[in-house]
Design a protein around this ligand. Structure first.
Ligand code: HEM
Length: 599
């Protein structure tokens, strides 16, 4: 037989569920089509946001995200077939629900000429209409086409179209396809782009600048020249033509953060702000913290949380913070070159948040890994395994705090009591938000502290100024947060048709506020690339703005201030740098390793 095209089924052939469970397990057999919301979602009759509230998904970390793994042997074969000039199609039933989870693994479109999603044909998969659509899009005669699937029933129905079927999902399938196509095990493979988070296609110069800022390691340390160019040429840029706008001007970002029409949750699908794929929903039953909810729900919870972070309470912590910083900095500075990330930033950030909340010493050793795993959740385009680990870490911490309850002195107990007195905020709300502090207020603070020391090493004249005028320490910490914002981006969704700087933003579109770029906008900060610890000017957007303004901003700045004061007090005159590795991340920017010598 002459073969010109091969249609692959995704499940069981190229990507298959790993330790997690596939939704079919919960929602009925693949061959049973019904009005179940999951089935309607798959057929494209409901959006994710419409379907999710109707689904009764079992709770627990085994639920989405469901890790998929790649079948490397099938991938090798597919790349060889593509290189040999065969036309390839892929049929998938995971267009909405799990797309980001497996699609992020591999640049599928570089190997497969056609990808048929069940909702594209209004059918639940498996459905012979998908095979028909693949044949039509490939333009290949059925008699010259192979259909590869692990399930006999699917092969049987596809066979009615006249294609030759092959049992996939194992070595026999591979051998059979090689036999029918003449593509041997040593055949050359088509070269494909990097795996991992999928990069959006680059359409124009604005896309090029953004993709470089977001993904290229060489721009992690200094994305600002590219961001300046983007702000000047396309201050509100739609990445890859997707319904996602990147705002780089200070004033535009400020407006988005303050305007009530830009919200966190809408009836529209939440989109990953880089890949534009629908974001998988949080596990059912998970109470969402402040950063993921809008008024009216946000208001009473924020009120209770505010009571734990009043200016008075924070300022009352200053002597204690100073003592802690002096101790940690003193120990770290006693030797030669030191990785301050490990020796100062993480230990201080960890001890502060654990002490404040009331985590007993004995329980803390597990926390560092959980906190770091969890903070990855803010990054877009995550590979499935990382999402899975992040959600699992969050659930583990939530369980821990639920068990701890009000047993210990500290913020957790105070806030639980405050919530019970308020009456309209549940214990679960408090626990969700306490858990959130451990992934929003740990990695970020550690980055701020490391960056503070880094900038003192790269700007000796500014350090000299600080040493001569230690009262500038608090202002210096502010300037660090402007100059290298630890949170580079956040985002909102337009709840209805809106306008931003004269540009219409349709309902459901995402606006990404590029905080790092806004904080270098010359329209707000004259000579913005000058690091100046005595700078006065408008407040930077490092901690956001509007109703979601960072709850822990004052605490974070007090920690960085305490570190600066401790270094000055220790009599340090010079800070030399021997290694500075920026972390490769899109949202939370900071150092992986920073080796400094203090003398
Ligand atoms: C340098 C360190 C930090 C930075 C740069 C930072 C940055 C931010 C930003 C930009 C937001 C706004 C998110 C949005 O508008 O979508 C935010 C929100 C928040 N931050 Fe921070 N943060 C830091 C440290 C902390 C600390 C130490 C805590 C608490 C201990 C904390 C708790 C929160 C909370 C609870 C919210 C959500 C508030 C709401 O949505 O009402 N953060 N943070």
């Amino acid at each position: 037989m002459t073969v010109t095209a091969i249609i692959f089924d995704v499940g069981g052939v190229l990507a298959h569920p790993g330790a997690g469970q596939f939704p079919e397990t919960f929602f009925g057999g693949q061959d049973k089509d019904s009005d179940h919301p999951w089935h309607r979602l798959e057929r494209g009759e409901l959006t994710m946001a419409q379907a999710m509230p109707l689904l009764d998904m079992p709770p627990g970390p085994a639920r989405p995200p469901r890790p998929y793994t790649l079948d490397e042997e099938y991938l090798e074969l597919a790349e060889q077939l593509a290189h040999a000039g065969f036309k390839l199609a892929l049929c998938t039933n995971t267009p909405r629900e799990a797309a980001p989870l497996w699609q992020a693994l591999y640049p599928w479109a570089e190997v497969f000429d056609v990808i048929v999603r069940s909702c594209d044909v209004g059918a639940r998969k498996p459905d012979v209409r998908m095979v028909g659509a693949a044949l039509e899009k490939l333009g290949s005669p059925p008699a010259e086409t192979l259909f590869v699937d692990d399930l006999p029933a699917n092969r049987e129905s596809a066979g009615t179209l006249g294609v030759t079927t092959v049992a996939g999902g194992g070595p026999d399938g591979i051998a059979r396809i090689r036999e029918l196509t003449g593509v041997g095990p040593d055949a050359p493979r088509k070269a494909v782009g990097p795996r991992g988070p999928r990069r959006p296609p680059v359409r124009d110069h604005g896309d090029r600048l953004l993709v470089d800022v977001l993904f290229e390691p060489e721009h992690m340390a200094d994305p600002y020249p590219l961001l300046h160019e983007l702000r000047e040429t396309a201050p509100l840029h739609q990445l890859a033509g997707n319904p996602i706008w990147y705002a780089t001007r200070y004033e535009d970002c400020r407006q988005v953060l303050r305007q009530p029409g830009f919200v966190k949750v809408t009836e529209y699908l939440a989109l990953d702000f880089v890949t534009a794929e629908p974001v998988p929903p949080p596990p059912s039953g998970m109470v969402l913290p402040l950063a993921f909810i809008d008024p009216p729900e946000h208001t009473p919870v924020r009120r209770v949380m505010n009571s734990g972070f009043t200016r008075r309470r924070m300022d009352g912590l200053r002597p204690w913070l100073q003592g802690l910083a002096t101790k940690i900095v003193g120990t770290a500075l006693s030797g030669g070159p030191v990785d301050v990330v490990e020796a100062i930033s993480y230990p201080l950030a960890m001890q502060v948040i654990c002490d404040i909340v009331g985590v007993p010493e004995a329980d803390r050793h597990d926390f560092r890994t959980l906190m770091r795993d969890a903070s990855v959740i803010f990054e877009p385009g995550l590979p499935p395994q990382r999402t899975f680990e992040a959600v699992t870490a969050i659930l583990e911490m939530t369980e821990y705090f639920t068990e701890l309850g009000d047993a210990q002195d500290g913020l957790l107990r105070d806030l639980l009591h405050e919530a019970r007195a308020a009456g309209d905020v549940s214990d679960d709300d408090v626990i969700a938000n306490i858990t959130f502090l451990f992934f929003a207020g740990f990695e970020t603070v550690a980055h701020l502290i490391s960056t503070t020391m880094f900038l003192m090493s790269t700007h000796p004249e500014q350090y000299a100024l600080l040493a001569a005028s230690p009262e500038l320490a608090a202002q210096a910490a502010q300037e660090v947060s402007r100059f290298h914002s630890p949170v580079q981006t956040n985002s909102r969704i337009a709840s209805h048709d809106l306008e931003l700087a004269g540009t219409p933003i349709p309902a459901g579109n995402v606006v990404v506020t590029m905080l790092g770029a806004a904080n270098r906008d010359p329209a707000a900060f004259p000579d913005p690339d000058r690091f100046d610890i005595a700078r006065n000017g408008p407040p930077a957007l490092a901690f956001g703005g509007g109703i979601h303004y960072c709850l822990g901003a004052r605490l974070a700045l007090l920690e960085a201030t305490a570190v600066l004061e401790s270094i000055v007090e220790a009599g340090i005159r010079e800070i030399a740098q021997s290694q500075a590795d920026w972390k490769h991340a899109i949202v939370l920017r900071g150092f992986e390793k920073l080796v400094l010598t203090f003398s």
